[in-house]
Design a binder for this molecule. Structure first.
Ligand code: MN3
Length: 240
């Protein structure tokens, strides 16, 4: 699979950053979602138990979010690419050409990938960014607290459904933005392009059971369960 990825990927950076993620998340007692082997025809396991993000994100929300919402995007994506030239492409290649792929591929492919990326970035791990990532955050946003405030506000104020992102721009700077629906910065249709490092899902299904209409409380709480080991690894690979 790695060979296929290497062959089909235009973005060498994306390869290494996907490979690194798989090394970063290895809870001994749970099945790991191996990003290196993220295939377009396999639904990866959640990298931890449903209750692993309690009390900030409740087990029932994680279960429904992963097993129904995320799985539905995956299933619909598989159906959308079946019999098309995208069937044997990597996700990265599909995203790089998604403007020509149609809404079903765009929405369900984004929904499939974005959720894998979201789950991987949460869970038990380091509670803070590495020294090099912290320095880049301070350079880009002024301070770590300011960065959290900017990303939180971006996520909280996304109108309707979407995602908040920390990502690396093509000129290797850190930036924050939100995207609508299931779009992400890897997509050619996105006005914000780059390598994603951390994401916050702000669709109502991500928080409504516990937080109801209070999206801001969910966004504030999610900082307690960001797995900085994973974000640090993503950054280390992206900056190479
Ligand atoms: Mn979601």
């Amino acid at each position: 699979m790695e060979k296929i990825l290497l062959k089909t990927l235009g973005l060498a950076l994306a390869v290494s950053f996907f490979s690194e993620i798989s090394c970063a998340v290895k809870p001994a007692d749970t099945k790991n979602t191996d990003m290196k082997n993220l295939k377009t025809n396999e639904f990866p396991a959640l990298p931890y138990a449903y209750d692993a993000l309690e009390p900030y994100i409740d087990a029932r929300t994680v279960e429904i979010h992963y097993d129904r919402h995320h799985r539905a995007y995956f299933t619909n994506f598989v159906n959308a690419i079946k019999g098309t030239p995208f069937e044997n492409s990597s996700l990265e290649k599909i995203f790089a050409e998604v403007s020509g792929a149609g809404d079903a591929v765009r929405n369900n492919g984004g929904g499939f990938f974005n959720h894998v990326f979201y789950w991987e970035g949460l869970g038990k791990g380091s509670a803070k960014p590495s020294a090099e990532l912290a320095a880049a955050i301070t350079k880009a946003f002024g301070s770590f607290d300011k960065f959290k405030e900017i990303l939180s506000n971006s996520a909280k104020t996304r109108f309707g459904s979407g995602w908040g992102w920390l990502y690396m721009t093509p000129d290797k700077n850190l930036a924050v933005a939100s995207t609508p629906n299931q779009d992400n910065p890897l997509m050619d249709i996105s006005p914000v392009r780059g390598i994603p490092l951390l994401t916050i899902d702000v669709w109502e299904h991500a928080y409504y059971l516990k937080y109801q209409n209070k999206r801001a409380d969910y966004v504030d709480a999610i900082w307690n369960v960001v797995n900085w080991d994973v974000v640090n690894s993503r950054y280390r690979e992206a900056i190479k």
